[in-house]
Design a protein around this ligand. Structure first.
Ligand code: IFM
Length: 472
């Protein structure tokens, strides 16, 4: 009996259940480019990335990985790697340029071509409707803190489902609403860059509402067999010690990091402790009668994006003055300290800790019985480069993926209903505020030539898929 990154290995291969879904994930603004083509209008990220100092190196998604023009090549790559699924996002400003009204045919056509190419290649399309690229016009009208944005999202969801529902059977409303609400409207490190903690809580509620209204719009437009889901970057929160103060710090972060979405979506309620913790910022009167029935529309699976755990302790007297930057954790400012978890780090300086994924999966196994889970993102950035022979060796990424897959396997063995695993990401891409400085792809992209080179990890992942699991 040996230990592989925290998971028990028995010397035998770790096989995943039959039908396990193996894929990769991307997002429109991070790879498509063609930002002003075929009627696409600016999103909040087009605007934000043009503000000096917001994105490293002044990078934008104008060209990104030029996937808009290289889609066929990229689908070919996935086919060769043996993927069963591909999770992509639809750019709202491409298909509904003003954020309201009729859909733009040319924008929809791109996604029709993509989906047709995937189906032709035997790859199941998994469409995410919102991966952070809000049409700028909707931000100008108030953005996510404004209730109408949720209604606009439902309209958009219905239109995309009406156009692609005959071809796409697997749908996700939102990607990581925590980031959209709190990085976008509280810390301001993501678009639209607002630093208004009270408004960020409104944004979180309206994202939940958009999800629920979106589920209704999707169900109305799609065949009964279609799957509808939500993806969260649920946090694996660990208290530093068992002291009451550290446990309370972890509770606070769990409330505003996880239960702010899990409770409305799966239980139709707001966490009472969250309401108390944030009382100085808002009275929550923007939550109207009936909203929490909408947010709790049943879904078919929950997507989880996991990268690393969050270690917290109470910020007691004697705590050195914290980071003066605005916090993405409303209600926790000045009360919680974030600590670096031990162990190796990725190029994002994120700790490599597959145990956090196991903790998350087994927690959700217990708290959400009957809700299937899918890992919709997991992966790591490293300082990859093509060597003189043109190869890209990325042993750290292979170790990262292997450790996390072993953790998923262990969780499944312990009863978690995990249906699939999608690596973030297929391609090196625009990593938001880090621009092109961080490479998450299993396929290297030379951004000067747009040449794609599968890294060693892509070949390794193809073998995992072919084998249906990890080698001994
Ligand atoms: O690149 C992002 C992605 O858009 C959302 N989840 C986390 C990834 C890595 O930061």
């Amino acid at each position: 009996m040996t230990t592989v990154d925290g998971a028990r290995a028995t010397g035998a291969a770790l096989r995943f259940p039959p039908g396990f879904r193996w894929g990769t994930a991307t997002a429109a603004y991070q790879i498509e480019g063609a930002a002003a083509l075929d009627g696409r209008t600016p999103s909040i990220w087009d605007t934000f990335s043009r503000i000096p100092g917001k994105v490293l190196g002044g990078d934008t998604g104008d060209t990104a990985a030029d996937h808009y023009h290289r889609m066929a090549e990229d689908v070919g790559l996935m086919k060769r790697l043996g993927m069963s699924d591909y999770r992509f996002s639809v750019a709202w400003p491409r298909v509904q340029p003003t954020g309201r009204g009729p859909a733009a045919q040319r924008g929809l056509d791109f996604y029709r071509r993509l989906v047709d190419a995937l189906l032709e290649a035997g790859i199941r399309p998994v469409a995410t409707l919102y991966h952070w690229d809000l049409p700028q016009e909707l931000e100008d009208a108030g953005g996510w803190p404004h209730r109408d944005t949720a209604e606009r999202f439902a309209e958009y969801a219905g239109r995309v489902a009406g156009a692609l529902g005959d071809r796409v059977a697997s749908w996700t409303t939102l990607n990581e609403p925590w980031c959209a609400a709190f990085l976008g409207y509280a810390s301001g490190v993501h678009a639209p860059g607002r630093t208004e903690p009270g408004a960020s809580l409104r944004a979180a509620h309206h994202l939940n509402l958009a999800h629920g209204l979106g589920v209704r719009a999707l169900r109305a437009a799609l065949p009964r067999s279609a799957e509808v889901s939500l993806t969260l970057n649920a946090h694996a929160v660990r208290p530093l010690t068992d002291s009451a103060a550290d446990l309370d710090a972890a509770r606070r972060i769990d409330a505003v990091g996880n239960r702010i979405f899990l409770d409305p979506v799966f239980h139709g309620r707001l966490p009472p402790d969250l309401v108390r913790d944030t009382a100085a910022l808002t009275d929550w009167s923007f939550v109207r009668d009936g909203d929490l029935a909408v947010t709790a529309e049943p879904i078919d699976w929950l997507g989880l994006n996991y990268y690393s755990p969050t270690v917290v302790a109470a910020a007691g007297p004697g705590t050195p003055p914290g980071d003066p930057a605005p916090s993405p954790w409303p209600g926790a400012e000045g009360r919680v300290r974030f600590l670096p978890a031990p162990g190796p780090r990725t190029a994002m300086d994120w700790p490599v800790d597959p145990g956090g994924l196991y903790e998350l999966l087994t927690r959700l196994r217990d708290e959400l019985p009957g809700v299937p889970l899918l890992i919709t993102e997991n992966g790591a950035a490293y300082g990859d480069y093509a060597d003189p022979e043109g190869a890209v060796h990325d042993p750290e990424r292979i170790a990262y993926l292997r450790g996390h897959l072993a953790a998923v396997h262990r969780a499944i063995s312990d009863g978690a209903d995990v249906r699939g695993y999608f690596v973030w990401s297929l391609l090196d891409n625009f990593e938001w505020a880090y621009g092109y400085s961080k490479r998450f792809g299993i396929v290297h992209v030379d951004f000067a030539t747009q040449r794609r080179t599968p890294k060693d990890s892509a070949r390794w992942y193809a073998e995992v898929i072919a084998r249906g699991g990890l080698a001994p």
